[in-house]
Design a protein around this ligand. Structure first.
Ligand SMILES: [Zn+2]
Ligand SMILES: [Zn+2]
Length: 339
C-alpha cells in the first residue's frame, strides 16, 4: 500500500509498505480522508523535527476487515461502514488513565512502521490498523466530514472541561479551524450568544457568515456582553489576556490552544480570586468525547457548518501540495483523500 512519509523539512515521499495485518481485537480500515492539522504542518516545516515520520491523525475510512473478537462486540462496526478513527494510544494502566483522564496518558505516543519510519497517526496512507475500541461508525456522511471526528472530539472535550451549560454566553478567542468548531458546537448546544474574537477581518466576516452573534478585534472586546465561558484557541499570552478581558464574573476560561514554545502569560491572581474565575486546560480527547462527536457527525445536523471549513481536497499523490498549502497559507482544513 502507499503511505506518505515526511523525510526532512519540506520533503515528503510516497513509500510502498505491506498492508498491515490485524489481530483478533483489530479492524483494518481503508482510509477515505485525512485532515492536515497543526502537527502535520510542524512536522513538514521542521518546527517539530522528527524524521522519517508517517503523520496524519485526523482520519476517516471504510472498514475492510474485522478481527474475530472485535466482530463479536456489541455495536461492532460492519465491513463497509464509514468510520472516524481515534489514533491515540491510551495505555489504560498509568495513573492518569486509571483516574479516567486518558487524554493525559503518561505513556509516549507513536509507533514504528515496517519501513523504519515513526508512526504519528500514519493516516496519509491507503490502510491503517486500529483497535476496535478506537473505531467510531458515523453513518453515511461526507468522508471528509468524518475525518473531522478527531478535532470535533477535542472540542467536545473542551466543552466538558468548561462545564458548559446551555444558555451560557460563549466567547471564542481565535477564528481559525478550531475556533470555528467551538463556534458551531456552541450554536448546536444552544448558547445564549457566541462571539468570536479575531485579529483578521476576513476571518471575522467568515465567522459572522457562519452565524456568530458578533465578531470583533481583540481591542474591541470591551463592547461585548461579558462571557460565561471563554475558549482560548490561540496559543499566545495576548490571547489569554484578551480572554480575561472578555470574561464575566464567575466565568470559566479554557486554554484549548497550546504550544510548548509559547511564552507563559502572567496570571492576574487578584482578578481570579476576586471575580471567582476558573482557568482550566483542555488537551486532546477521551473515549466519551469520541462517542459524542461520532453521534453529532452521524446526525448530519452539523454538515452545512462543517462544509464551510473544508479548504481543499487533494489526492494522495499530491500530498506535497496539500502539506505546502496547509503549512504556508491561512486555511481552515486541507484534506488528503487516498480513496
Ligand atoms: Zn488534530
Ligand atoms: Zn496511560
Amino acid at each position: 500500500m502507499r503511505i506518505a512519509v515526511v523525510t526532512s523539512p519540506g520533503s515528503v515521499e510516497i513509500r510502498d509498505i505491506p498492508v498491515p495485518g490485524i489481530g483478533e481485537d483489530d479492524v483494518l480500515v481503508r482510509i477515505t480522508a485525512c485532515g492536515l492539522c497543526t502537527m502535520e504542518a510542524k512536522l513538514y516545516t521542521g518546527a517539530m523535527p522528527v524524521y522519517p515520520v508517517a503523520a496524519g491523525h485526523e482520519v476517516s475510512g471504510r472498514v475492510e476487515r474485522i478481527g474475530a473478537r472485535a466482530a463479536a462486540l456489541e455495536d461492532a462496526p460492519a465491513v463497509g461502514d464509514l468510520v472516524t478513527l481515534d489514533l491515540l494510544t491510551r495505555c489504560g494502566t498509568c495513573r492518569n488513565c486509571r483516574a479516567g483522564d486518558s487524554a493525559v496518558c503518561a505513556s509516549p505516543q507513536g509507533s514504528m512502521l515496517p519501513d523504519g519510519s515513526i508512526g504519528m497517526g500514519s493516516g496519509l496512507a491507503e490502510y491503517v490498523r486500529v483497535p476496535a475500541a478506537h473505531v467510531w461508525p458515523v453513518g453515511d456522511i461526507d468522508p471528509v466530514h468524518a475525518a473531522m471526528g478527531e478535532p470535533l472530539a477535542c472540542v467536545v472535550h473542551s466543552f466538558r472541561r468548561a462545564g458548559y451549560r446551555s444558555g451560557d454566553r460563549v466567547a471564542v478567542i481565535g477564528g481559525g479551524f478550531m475556533g470555528r468548531l467551538h463556534l458551531l458546537l456552541a450554536q448546536h448546544e444552544q448558547a445564549r450568544s457566541v462571539t468570536v474574537v479575531e485579529t483578521d477581518p476576513e476571518r471575522r466576516s467568515a465567522a459572522l457568515d457562519a452565524g456568530a452573534d458578533d465578531a470583533v478585534a481583540p481591542e474591541d472586546v470591551g463592547r461585548l456582553a461579558p462571557a460565561d465561558v471563554v475558549f482560548v484557541t490561540i496559543a499566545s499570552p495576548e490571547a489569554i489576556g484578551t480572554a480575561f478581558r472578555t470574561a464575566a464574573d464567575g466565568a470559566r476560561l479554557v486554554l484549548f490552544g497550546g504550544s510548548h514554545d509559547t511564552p507563559d502569560a502572567a496570571l492576574p491572581g487578584y482578578e481570579v480570586h476576586r471575580r471567582q474565575l476558573t482557568v482550566t486546560g483542555s488537551y486532546s480527547q477521551e473515549p466519551a468525547d469520541w462517542r459524542t462527536a461520532a453521534a453529532l457527525l452521524r446526525s448530519g445536523t452539523l454538515a452545512d457548518r462543517l462544509a464551510r471549513l473544508v479548504t481543499s481536497r487533494h489526492e494522495l499523490a499530491d500530498v506535497d501540495k496539500a502539506l505546502t498549502e496547509s503549512s504556508g497559507t491561512p486555511v481552515y482544513r486541507v484534506f488528503v483523500e487516498p480513496r
